[in-house]
Design a protein around this ligand. Structure first.
Ligand SMILES: NC(=O)c1ccc[n+]([C@@H]2O[C@H](COP(=O)([O-])OP(=O)(O)OC[C@H]3O[C@@H](n4cnc5c(N)ncnc54)[C@H](O)[C@@H]3O)[C@@H](O)[C@H]2O)c1
Length: 336
């Protein structure tokens, strides 16, 4: 199979690239390197040493007009669309920037796919919603410009399915965590708590310590992308991807502390109404239609993630790594 992955240098995208190459596929990756890192693609680039042209990285913005030519030249059987600006606070501060990347960028991906004659697009959708529990029969209500833009992407893919016969599968991902996740991003609770515990810093969260969240280990999330790619073309729509093992914020910190053999301390501050307090989703549809099931339990996933974090986090930092909080959103909300 020839696969094209947008957002290939990012956390989930690079893990997907590695899995596709391990499965014997040829991969073209596209990334504008705004948040991605070439370090994430070391293994992928090494694949070219044994067989030429297994992996090609194109440094390009998905909004660029040249995207059409890149898609046509790559002639892929499938497109995995993961490129997105993922900073929630920044989307509140500058919704136009977020929409250009995540809405106009996705439209450009739809257009390029149509013109290249590629029907199957697997899209990394957002699992955030106001409703708990969230299953496929509940409507969704985005709580930030970022969530609205990601949802708009789903709707555009649906429109292109109706108009041009594209066959999109949208994977509404819960909190994905694991190695390569951005240490300085705001979305990764496990990464933020893990690096704080390793460097002996207290964690400040905005929201309730009892808020329930759903997690999915990155390898399991990637497996969902692969299964979606293998599904018969008549299967389309949105599928919730989550572990089925919800945990509270306090439980996650407790698990991380026990893995590191060092207690973490939690400061709980007040919540902003625009923050997503709980994500709990029903993934029955994904089990039944895609045959997808999570394989890595939260404790096991935390073990694996902490193993990686110990190689990248300075235990006695001269700077303070980012903790998991929504202060920027909080301040933006207060100001508006
Ligand atoms: N991580 C999660 O918990 C989670 C949850 C739900 C959905 N998602 C979605 O999964 C996808 C991947 O997320 P991630 O956590 O790996 O984030 P990430 O920031 O590590 O990866 C995103 C990649 O897209 C690239 N990118 C951003 N804008 C681009 C543009 N305009 N053109 C080309 N490349 C661009 C970045 O450089 C980065 O490499 C995103 O679409 C995100 O919305 C992630």
């Amino acid at each position: 199979m020839r696969a094209l992955v947008t957002g290939a240098a990012g956390f989930i995208g690079s893990t997907l690239v590695d899995r596709l190459l391990a499965d014997g596929h040829q991969v073209v990756g596209i990334d504008n390197m705004s948040a991605g890192s070439a370090d994430n693609l070391q293994e992928a680039l090494a694949a070219n040493e044994t067989r030429k042209h297994r992996f090609t990285l194109v440094n390009l913005d998905i909004q660029a007009p040249e995207l059409v030519d890149v898609f046509a030249g790559a002639n892929p059987d499938i497109i995995f669309h993961l490129a997105a600006h993922v900073d929630l606070s920044a989307s509140v501060a500058d919704p136009n920037f977020d929409a250009r990347n995540n809405v106009l960028g996705t439209i450009n991906v739809c257009e390029a796919s149509r013109l290249a004659g590629v029907r199957r697009i697997v899209y990394a959708a957002s699992g955030s919603s106001r409703y708990v529990p969230t299953d496929e029969s509940h409507s969704v209500a985005p709580v930030s410009p970022h969530a609205a833009a990601k949802l708009a992407g789903e709707f555009y893919l649906g429109a292109y399915a109706g108009l041009y016969g594209l066959a999109p599968i949208c994977l509404a991902l819960a909190n994905v965590y694991g190695p390569r996740q951005n240490l300085h991003g705001e979305a990764g609770m496990v990464i933020a708590f893990g690096s704080a515990v390793i460097s002996g810093r207290p964690v400040t969260i905005y929201g309730e310590a009892t808020a329930v969240h759903e997690f999915v280990y990155v390898d399991d999330a990637v497996d969902a992308f692969v299964r979606a790619a293998e599904a018969p073309m008549q299967i389309t729509g949105t599928y919730r991807i989550r572990s089925g093992r919800p945990a509270t914020v306090a439980q996650v910190l407790q698990m991380i502390s026990s893995v590191h053999d060092h207690p973490g301390s939690l400061n709980v501050a007040s919540a902003c109404t625009n923050d997503v307090q709980s994500i709990a989703m029903d993934a029955t549809h994904a089990y039944e239609t895609l045959g997808w099931q999570p394989g890595v339990g939260l404790m096991d996933g935390i073990h694996r993630t902490m193993q990686w974090l110990r190689t990248v986090v300075d235990p006695a930092p001269t700077f303070l790594p980012v903790s998991w909080d929504s202060r920027a959103i909080q301040e933006t909300c207060r100001a508006s």
